[in-house]
Design a protein around this ligand. Structure first.
Ligand SMILES: [Zn+2]
Length: 73
């Protein structure tokens, strides 16, 4: 199911958000809780609901739409 841009009425392209911190390439995830700082890891992760972020982009205006259906594997 490919979303359509609400402004241009065009089919959007699937992609994802990339984190390249410290030269590592990682996808960005959605986490089902507000961010809470940790001295050890940067952020605490209590919640088990962590999902892959699918980012759709409009080829015409560049608008992004995000979905988080699939659990992180
Ligand atoms: Zn558009």
């Amino acid at each position: 199911m490919i979303p359509t841009c609400p402004d241009c009425n065009q089919s959007m392209e699937e992609g994802f958000l990339l984190d390249e911190t410290y030269g590592n390439r990682n996808p960005v995830y959605w986490v089902g809780e507000p961010p809470e700082k940790s001295i050890w890891t940067g952020l605490k992760l209590k919640e088990k609901d962590i999902r892959r972020v699918q980012a759709y982009r409009c080829p015409s205006c560049g608008l992004l739409k995000f979905y988080a259906h699939e659990p992180r594997s």
